[in-house]
Design a protein around this ligand. Structure first.
Ligand code: PMP
Length: 398
């Protein structure tokens, strides 16, 4: 039977990483995959994570199954991180949280959960959105539609168009929002814009579904959760998919969480039973190690402080690189204004190049990025800044 399966093209981002690995040019630069790297081009194990792993090694006395909700204790720590302390949705006992295999696992479980509540429910995603949102949600059977978000010409959010669209979203549809560090654009909603979205969700009756893959990479841990916390106050139902891949550097451990706000405690209990039945049918229970690390760090004030400092350094490094890139490009040309890169947040920005220009960067300079000219800013280093900015200017001019 397998002979009927055609060969699929490589995933655009993973395919780019593979091509980068094979490139022998010593000057090569990988601006493709969204993985944090330090100035030595390494994705480090955070010191707080390494310390928590040592503690775990000494404390762990069994490898017996955990539970479909995940590692005991981790969920309440995560609730504090996501909702802050003393959120009324939590104290009203309307929140239910499970651990998932990464943010992808959270998105997929959420999609399966929505399918149970409302098969084929329409979910509105931003134009553009992270490419993997489409298979993660669509393969579960959700109907996907798009709302306008990023304006490539102005390098900013087209908020009027977004509002005009959301104003016509029927009650009971879902709207997928990026909590912070919008992937792929780097353009985030302001606080006033979040307030408007929350008001629209209230009046229109759509259910916000928030993906938070970069909490702490934008402005700060609490600042980046502003929209989520506001929505959790404003609407009866909310879905949050969060990832610990970036902010704890736990990528390969597959640590994430799915947290839902329900209208009342009775619905929350029913919803939780459904969630656990969904995960039981998908993978039974999530991996324990990454969540255990998150749990240890968040329950230990010294490690929490250390982790927050390290996260702050990563955030600052990305912001510095953004500013450095803008000034390196400005020094070399005056035709284009790249200052938007310094105002955007998180791992990504669009350079605004054509596909041909992106291919020239790869073929002539061994600088790798997706065809949309999305760059992962953390893939830059101060040392490579002159090389990269000169190459960009060269392909822009020729
Ligand atoms: N959402 C967004 C917007 C992302 O960029 C990512 C990671 N690239 C994820 C979710 C999922 O992250 P993971 O499954 O690696 O935790």
């Amino acid at each position: 039977m397998f002979e009927s399966l055609p060969l699929l093209p490589a995933d655009p981002i993973l395919g780019l990483s593979a091509a980068f690995q094979q490139d022998t040019n010593p000057n090569k630069v990988d601006l493709g995959v969204g993985v944090y790297k330090n100035d030595a081009g390494v994705t480090p194990v955070m010191a707080a994570v390494a310390a928590a792993e040592r503690l775990r090694l000494n404390l762990e006395n069994t490898k017996a199954y955990t539970s479909p909700a995940g590692y005991p204790g981790a969920n309440n720590a995560v609730v504090g991180l996501v909702y802050g302390t003393g959120h009324t949705a939590v104290s009203d006992n309307r929140v239910r949280t499970i651990q998932t295999p990464g943010g992808c696992g959270a998105l997929r479980v959420a999609a399966e959960f929505i399918q149970r509540a409302k098969p084929g429910a329409t979910t509105w995603v931003s134009t553009p959105t992270w490419a993997n949102h489409i298979p993660l949600l669509g393969s579960a059977g959700l109907t996907l539609r798009e709302y306008p978000y990023y304006n490539y010409a102005t390098h900013s959010i087209d908020f009027d168009a977004m509002v005009a669209c959301l104003n016509n979203v029927p009650a009971g549809d879902l709207v997928l929002l990026h909590a912070c560090c919008h992937n792929p654009s780097g353009a985030d909603l302001s606080r006033e814009q979040w307030q408007e979205v929350a008001r629209l969700a209230q009046t229109r009756g759509f259910v916000p579904f928030v993906d938070m893959a970069y909490q702490g990479f934008g402005e700060g841990l609490d600042e980046d959760a502003y929209g989520i916390r506001l929505l959790a106050e404003s609407v009866p139902e909310l879905i949050i998919a969060a990832s610990f891949s970036k902010n704890f550097g736990l990528y390969r451990e597959r640590a994430g969480t799915l947290s839902l706000v329900f209208a009342n405690e009775t619905q929350a209990n029913a919803g939780m039973s459904q969630l656990l039945s969904v995960t039981r049918g998908l993978y039974s229970m999530p991996p324990a190690h990454g969540s255990a690390i998150v749990d240890i760090i968040l329950h230990n004030s010294g490690l929490t402080r250390q982790w927050q400092e390290e996260l702050g350094q990563m955030r600052q490094r990305i912001q510095n690189l953004r500013a450095e890139l803008v000034s390196a490009l400005n020094q070399r040309q005056g035709e284009r204004d790249f200052s938007f890169i310094a105002h955007e947040r998180g791992m990504f920005s669009f350079l605004g190049l054509s596909v041909e220009q992106v291919h020239r960067l790869k073929n002539e300079f061994s600088i790798y990025m997706t065809d949309t000219s999305r760059i992962s800013v953390a893939g830059l280093t101060t040392e490579k800044m002159a090389y990269v900015s000169q190459a960009i200017v060269n392909v822009l001019r020729a």
